[in-house]
Design a protein around this ligand. Sequence first.
Ligand code: PEP
Ligand code: MN
Length: 339
Amino acid sequence: MIVVMEKGASEAEVQHIVERVESMGLKSHVIQGTERTVIAAIGEKREQTKESLVTGSGVAEVLSILAPYKVASREVKPELTCIQTGSLIVGGGKVGVIAGPCSVESEQQILSTARAVKAAGATALRGGAFKPRTSPYSFQGLKEKGLQLLASARDETGLAVVTEVMATDEVDLVAKYADVLQVGARNMQNYRLLESVGNTDRAVLLKRGPSATIDELLLAAEYILNEGNSQVILCERGIRTFESHTRFTLPLATVAYLRQKTHLPIVVDPSHGTGHTELVPDMAAASVAAGADGLMLEVHPNPEEALSDGYQSLNFEQFEMTMEKCRRIASAVDKQLGA
Ligand code: PEP
Ligand code: MN
């Protein structure tokens, strides 16, 4: 349910409604809009709740939220959310660019990549230190050593660090080094992990599970928001279909659909979405055209030698060309790409 306050409602009136909502055993989220304040009342719906709130002083109307997700919904917050953390801005007319290798492999690899992507206009550095690999025999990441290398690349370049956290008992460790905690596709429905990142003060990049519906993605985001962390960035990274020419199928209608349904910023990852280096530039450009607030791109100094996902990684020159292409598309849709 949302309680829409009147235009000039006072702080005391808002506070009173918050107390009423909470005394009914519901959770309250106050959203300060540019026009009015709304209070989302979240919890099991009860018949009398609506009537008893609508009579409150300063209340304009009380509406049911139709979507299964609540705090993520544009019904609750029509204004789009812009998230800024360090050098990374997603939303508000800016297209953030999160670039870097699939995995952090060495000091030389991550530093040279950080310098190159920064020079080409990237606004954040990615790199996995804890890697979710399909096979237990594949490279699992440098773990804390990888996090330290990311942090020193940030110290040198000023780029915000985006890196994956795989387990609840590693959240504190990863949050110590990262600006943005990435929840990977395989963990999209790991509800304890979602709650755990929801209890940090770090922004969270939530990747869509390869077999999750969009409602399931939004309900996963809701777990994070419900813990009080409002900095959630959604990421479309491709889903599993019958098509086998690409690693996953990258549905860009997700971007347009999410834009209607949620105020949260939307990032697209065409590297995992296609699984082929040569398809990445066009799909990156298409993502920007579809309205993405950010891109996540895998970049490696020498993709042939990458310890993971080399076949979908751009080298420095390819990244620069992709940025050039996407910058033109961004300006055509009145946005600014990267730095
Ligand atoms: C990644 O970004 O390196 C990654 C593992 O992605 P996903 O979770 O989308 O497979
Ligand atoms: Mn990867």
